[in-house]
Unconditional design. Structure first.
Ligand SMILES: Cc1cc2nc3c(=O)[nH]c(=O)nc-3n(C[C@H](O)[C@H](O)[C@H](O)COP(=O)(O)O)c2cc1C
Length: 231
């Protein structure tokens, strides 16, 4: 696979889309509430089926954020397992997809200098998911009212809108699907009802240009692999 996305245009949108990457190392510089609200407003401009605009974005702060992180880390370190609210990966994972998964892990751990067999090093990084990578802004994305897959599709568009809006302001973001592994714990910690599905987290803030993890560069497959023509 090529190292860079095979995008050939250079208009402002192409630049944004090409330059956005998952950011997992942040400067401590806070974001003010207005900035976060504006990003969320922009995210909500995403289209949705019948304009239902599913989901909620929770801004987790202060002791609530800390308590959630503490409990997630504890559950994960104790090996606790829950059933997720929604399935993500195909089971079994086809070999072609497994290769992409492995390549993205190699990009990440390669940037961190963590060897494949260094379990402790990988675990130490993985734990950072539950700290929202120490980003100044920690978001939780939820969805209720028993939406089906369409709701997740709508939310995905909003999430990408949020990422690009952040990127256009020089901010970085990373979706955190790892949180979806502990839906019950999150609901209980935040006092959410059983009907609230835990979709993912998101870290937002100013990227730390010196953080090795931010040198992670993933690739995309060639168009031949995912575009089909039928005449
Ligand atoms: C829905 C979703 C969930 C994700 N969950 C995680 C996560 O839990 N931890 C993590 O480090 N990255 C997570 N990522 C980031 C992906 O690994 C990343 O988007 C992918 O490897 C492509 O790299 P890029 O975003 O830098 O282009 C997630 C991305 C998406 C879209």
């Amino acid at each position: 696979m090529p190292r860079n996305p095979p995008v050939i245009s250079n208009d402002p949108f192409a630049q944004l889309a090409r330059e956005r990457r998952s950011v997992r190392g942040f400067l401590p510089t806070p974001l003010n509430d207005d900035t976060v609200l504006e990003l969320l407003r922009l995210a909500r401009l995403a289209p949705s089926g019948a304009n239902l605009q599913p989901g909620h974005f929770w801004v987790l702060r202060g002791p609530v954020r800390q308590r959630l992180t503490d409990r997630l880390v504890h559950a994960w370190k104790s090996g606790e397992q829950e059933t997720e609210d929604y399935g993500y990966f195909p089971r079994p994972m086809p070999l072609a997809l497994k290769r992409r998964q492995v390549a993205s892990a190699q990009a990440l751990y390669g940037a961190l200098g963590v060897a494949r067999e260094d379990r402790a090093g990988r675990d130490a990084h993985f734990e950072r998911n539950f700290h929202f990578f120490d980003a100044p802004v920690a978001l939780l994305v939820t969805m209720e009212h028993a939406f089906g897959s369409g709701g997740y599709m709508d939310l995905g568009m909003a999430l990408y809108g949020l990422m690009l809006a952040a990127q256009s302001r020089g901010l970085g973001s990373c979706a955190i699907g790892a949180l979806a592994s502990y839906p019950g714990l999150i609901r209980q910690t935040l006092g959410l009802g059983d009907h609230v599905h835990i979709v993912c987290g998101m870290a937002l803030g100013h990227p730390d240009p010196d953080a090795p993890v931010n040198q992670t560069i993933t690739s995309r497959c060639e168009t031949e692999e995912y575009v089909r023509y039928l005449d």
